[in-house]
Design a protein around this ligand. Structure first.
Ligand SMILES: *Cc1c(COP(=O)(O)O)cnc(C)c1O
Length: 230
């Protein structure tokens, strides 16, 4: 463990902040899932977090995630893939990750579903939305999202659960708020237009620097790395 890392203390502190933000928004803290983002951190730190009751973890690379999943297979952990997924790694991801949060094309969605059928897994998927149309960002542009939602109705093994976004790096914490509001609005618009509410219940938004703002704006999943692992 790096000197000074107090994973258990950090988890407690993040959980307290989640509860406070939920309370401000009149929401229940139990409606918010904390995904501890363990990318670049050692499996031993994940084990440490798990012994403190943290069971959901996020990785942004299939390969790195696969190694940790294997090293920690004695624990009942829930793994989320939160990074860009290349289609040639879709089969591996569908076999290993309970959640794939970074689906950004109909082709990738269908590839994951076919792989999940073969692997006998039932991954939950989120559509990653690139709201700001940043050239450096992955994700479906807003106008493509309804195609993905429609395609999800035909899935056999994978299940669409909602939307995910990574907004532009904010100068001030509150800069993220408009993007979180837009993701929620996009979800509400899709449901108004006839999409099944159940398939869009989850909003994965908010990281170490802005998860409280995200919760105020309706996040059901927050992805927190540095505030937990240092
Ligand atoms: C790294 C990462 C996070 C966590 O970021 P922190 O700032 O360390 O909390 C969340 N989401 C995605 C997609 C990431 O790549």
């Amino acid at each position: 463990m790096p000197p000074g890392a107090d994973v258990a203390g950090n988890i407690d502190s993040v959980r307290r902040r989640i509860a406070a933000a939920a309370q401000r928004a009149g929401r229940s803290p139990t409606d918010i899932r904390l995904v501890a983002v363990s990318k670049t951190f050692d499996a031993l730190l994940v084990r440490d977090a798990a012994s403190h009751g943290q069971l959901s973890f996020g990785e942004n690379r299939v390969q790195e995630g696969a190694a940790k999943i294997a090293a920690l297979s004695d624990l009942a952990l829930e793994w989320h893939l939160i990074g860009h997924l290349q289609s040639n790694k879709a089969a591996k991801a569908a076999a290993l990750f309970a959640w794939i949060e970074s689906v950004d094309s109909v082709e990738l969605l269908q590839r994951i579903d076919r792989a999940a059928v073969e692997a006998g897994t039932r991954p939950s998927v989120l559509i990653q939305v690139d709201l700001a149309r940043e050239v450096t960002k992955h994700g479906a542009t807003q106008d493509r999202v309804s195609d993905l939602v429609q395609a999800a109705a035909g899935l056999q093994a994978a299940t669409l659960r909602g939307l995910m976004t990574v907004p532009p790096i904010p100068e001030r914490t509150d800069d993220s708020r408009q993007w979180f509001q837009r993701l929620r609005q996009l979800r509400d618009d899709l449901v108004s237009a006839g999409a099944a509410a159940e398939s869009l219940r989850e909003l994965s938004m908010g990281m170490s620097h802005d998860f409280e703002v995200a919760i105020e704006e309706g996040a059901t999943i927050v992805r927190v790395g540095t505030a937990i692992f240092g």
